[in-house]
Design a binder for this molecule. Structure first.
Ligand code: FES
Ligand code: FE
Length: 455
């Protein structure tokens, strides 16, 4: 009896080429609304791509676990008694009950609440009530362990997994985006650390709205976040100087970071919310270290900005706001955000708590910026869910045709291509990825398509 999930052969009647043309600057709104397109996403995007699970700092000891989702599938990520991190479908092999309903903890076993089948923290089925009396001779326990993911790996402590054994290794999937992940997560000698548990909240909007926003939509700051700016809470959007800022939009996976065209970059080390930024001193020291390793231009990308790794992992690495998050799909018109505050691991504990408070004021379910965003994504969904609305295209023309190598925008060492700060280059690239996944039956075909659209 196979214990691994096997993906079904491909085959779809949906013509993906009718749904979007990023090169021409449009995406049809059916992709945010229709159930059959969403079901194809679960199969071709979420069952095939590398998906973010958690950070290794959450799994410090044997038995430490967190629960999360891959697409709509619940998963447990656990460091086994042998010290190895594994991930399993959080579903009992007997009737499918979730064997772990806590969000995090430490355990040597997972006992199913329904009929009490019990699994070790390495996924083996160890305990079956009345086994000798009722099952012996007809069912082998070793065949009915928890279903593991096909591949699991981490980069800079970020743990990802895929259900597809044909998927390329994580490093190949990330490509030269690792350059930006090193700046974002590897500039402290101890890496980053997740502070406390996850913030979770649901929004009545398609998962792609937040994912493409973080990929990154700097343009919305002029509308969605105008009120905090007018109240003096975000000087960067109220400041005329912001208008002349350059920026990089790396397209491959995607990252955007506003940096000043002149100056040494230190002028961007203000705190969001116009708060004194107690992290500034640390950032300046980190910039010196990055400059010594690379050069001054690379150092200006500390902190590293906004980014999404296709499909649904995003992070913010700003002056005093730092988070990682996943946009978990819950249907074509609902998304659950899982978000964690993170900090450099070697910081003073008091500074970590100050940064956590500043994070909470901006993001998370009670954060002002988050509420600005979530309200807009929900209303986007409302505007496009009707019979007429879903037949229209969304305009994705901003900065189209003006993409150029990131090395021309920020410096020789930067990989990828950029669109500047007022550009939807990254959103267009997000949809090139999406079309490659949605139009491919499996990784044999998908590898070639991703190579074609990569820059
Ligand atoms: Fe888990 Fe029956 S569903 S033991
Ligand atoms: Fe926003």
């Amino acid at each position: 009896m196979a214990t691994r999930a096997t993906l079904p052969p491909g085959g779809s009647t949906i013509d993906v080429t009718t749904l979007a043309d990023p090169d021409a600057g449009w995406v049809n709104r059916r992709v945010y609304v229709e159930r059959d397109i969403y079901e194809l996403e679960l199969e071709r995007v979420f069952a095939r791509g590398w998906l973010y699970l958690c950070h290794v700092s959450q799994l410090g000891e044997p038995g430490d676990y967190v629960t999360t989702f891959m697409g709509e599938d619940p998963v447990i990520v656990v460091r086994g008694a042998d010290g190895i991190v594994r991930a399993f479908l959080n579903a009992c092999r007997h009737r499918g009950m979730r064997v772990c309903r806590a969000e995090e903890g430490n355990t040597s076993f997972f006992r199913c609440p329904y009929h009490a089948w019990t699994y070790s923290n390495e996924g083996e089925l160890r305990g079956v009530p009345k086994y000798r009396l009722a099952y012996e001779g007809v069912m082998q326990r070793e065949d009915w362990g928890l279903v593991p993911v096909a591949k699991l790996a981490d980069y800079q402590g970020l743990v990802f997994a895929t259900w597809d054994r044909q998927a390329p290794d994580l490093l190949d999937y990330l490509g030269d985006f690792t350059f930006y992940l090193d700046l974002g997560f590897g500039r402290d000698p101890q890496g980053v650390e997740i502070l406390s548990g996850a913030h979770k909240w649901a929004i009545d909007a398609n998962w792609k709205h937040p994912s493409e926003n973080f990929a990154c939509d700097m343009y919305h700051g002029l509308g969605a976040h105008l009120r905090p700016a007018e109240l003096g809470l975000m000087t960067q959007f109220a400041d005329e100087g912001y208008e002349v800022s350059a920026g990089v939009g790396y397209i491959g996976h995607e990252i955007t970071r506003p940096v000043s065209e002149d100056g040494d970059g230190d002028e961007t080390l203000h705190g969001y919310w116009s708060m004194p930024n107690p992290y500034t001193y640390v950032l300046k020291e980190q910039r010196k270290a990055v400059a010594a390793k690379h050069d001054e231009q690379v150092a200006r990308l500390v902190p590293s900005g906004h980014a999404s790794i296709f499909p649904n992992f995003s992070f913010l690495d700003l002056e005093n706001l730092r988070l990682v998050r996943v946009q978990q799909p819950l249907g074509p018109d609902r998304v659950m955000i899982h978000q964690w505050c993170c900090v450099d691991a070697s910081l003073d504990p008091e500074l970590k708590q100050v940064l956590r408070r500043q994070y909470e004021l901006a993001f998370g379910p009670t954060g002002l910026l988050e509420q600005d965003d979530g309200e807009n994504w929900r209303e986007c969904q409302e505007g496009m869910r009707g019979w007429i609305g879903r037949r229209l295209d969304s305009n994705m023309d901003l900065g189209r045709g003006r993409e150029r190598p990131a090395s021309e925008i920020l410096g020789d060492k930067f990989p990828g291509r950029g669109g500047g700060i007022w550009s939807e280059a990254n959103q267009r690239q997000f949809f090139r990825h999406w079309m490659a996944f949605m139009g491919s039956d499996g990784w044999d075909e998908l590898r070639g398509r991703l190579t074609e659209v990569s820059h």
